[in-house]
Write a new protein. Structure first.
Length: 353
């Protein structure tokens, strides 16, 4: 493999996963594509660092990107120093020029993450906190370093630089030039090691912060937030209902007719974030949510969903001056679910925002 600079921001599109620890050799292949806000990785020797760019440092003397100049021209010093290499790489991202050789020289030949260099501040947060710092920090927080305890008898340090999906991340391995994937769930990390699955517990991450660091002109987007689930509870004969436990009032109570549960359309649909429109001339109620449009006519089992005809089991009706619907059909068509508790005569509607 030739020395190269991966231009653009890195996120794995396809990775051939193989696990290599500080004490073994091999080849690990990866393909990377642009995807902000993740950093550039510089795989060729550079004398200086640039904020927002990771200066890759190999500890593997057999790698064609290994450069003894990073190790004070003592290649033998690199053999077991995955932590020193990761410290050097993560510091380079926040603009601190600290080669692994320099880091080792400052600590009697031992890599100590508790030290701070170049105006940076060391911390050991949880991985989740470290990742959030890094992702939204405009380059002031370094990528987190984690330790894979089961990787070998001595474990192995890697640098987490990109997020592939909800819980899949991409790491830069100081032993190998390329990038591979881990899966993180809470404090548990799993990965592929020579074709076998391994699982470790992450006991924290190593991270650095530099107040005057940062990437000029960087714009980071907030971490995608999980969908929020909402639960509505309606009791037959009661004009009060709850939205995630908060009580609200209606001017008409739900009821049962011919074995079907009817609820007032406007209260249910608007709590689901849907728009409700009433056409007096045609006695038609139109409900719209997330691109789904349901049109229902009073006292008619004929309906349309996005213009396509459908037939209801029972018809909507006017009750107490309100349009009331056979609610299971409407809720399920809008993407929600309906549960029924016979003992309390309670209909529970759940949906995600």
């Amino acid at each position: 493999m030739t020395c190269k600079k991966l231009l653009g921001f890195l996120l794995s599109a396809a990775v051939t996963i193989s696990a290599l620890c500080c004490f073994s050799g091999g080849v690990l292949a990866a393909q990377a594509v642009s995807n902000p806000p993740y950093p550039q990785v510089e795989f060729q020797y550079t004398e200086t660092v640039t904020p927002g760019i990771i200066r890759y440092t190999s500890q593997n003397q057999n790698s064609d990107v290994f450069d003894a100049r990073y190790w004070n021209n003592d290649a033998s010093a690199a053999q077991h120093q995955c932590l020193a290499a990761c410290l050097s790489m993560t510091l380079s991202y926040v603009g601190v020029d600290a080669t692994p050789g320099y880091i080792l020289a400052q600590n009697g030949g031992v890599a100590k993450p508790s030290s701070s260099w170049g105006g940076s501040t060391y911390s050991k947060p949880s991985f989740a906190a470290a990742w959030q710092n890094y992702y939204t920090g405009d380059g002031k927080y370094s990528p987190p370093i984690i330790h894979l305890n089961s990787y070998s008898s001595g474990g192995h340090y890697v640098l987490v630089i990109a997020k592939v999906s909800d819980n899949v991340y991409q790491v830069a391995d100081p032993y190998e030039t390329d990038l591979w994937k881990i899966t993180v769930s809470g404090s548990t990390v799993s990965y592929n090691y020579y074709g076998a699955s391994k699982t470790d517990t992450i006991d924290g991450a190593i991270q650095y912060y530099k107040e005057n660091g940062g990437i000029p002109g960087a714009v980071t987007e907030p971490e995608p937030q999980p969908a929020v689930q909402t639960e509505l509870k309606f009791v037959i004969g009661s004009t009060s209902f709850t939205n995630n436990g908060t009580e609200k009032l209606m001017d008409i109570a739900p009821y049962i007719k011919n074995g079907r549960t009817y609820l007032p359309a406007r209260y249910v649909c608007e709590e689901m974030g849907a728009d409700v429109e009433w056409d007096q001339a045609t006695s038609t109620v139109t409900i719209t949510r997330d691109g789904i449009v349901i049109a229902l006519r009073i006292n008619s089992t004929a309906a349309t969903v996005n213009g396509q005809p459908e037939t209801l089991a029972t018809a909507p009706e006017i009750y107490g001056g309100r349009t009331c619907l056979p609610i299971r059909y409407v809720v399920q068509t809008l993407g929600g679910e309906v549960g029924w508790e016979q003992s309390t005569k309670t209909a529970t509607i759940t949906f995600t925002d």
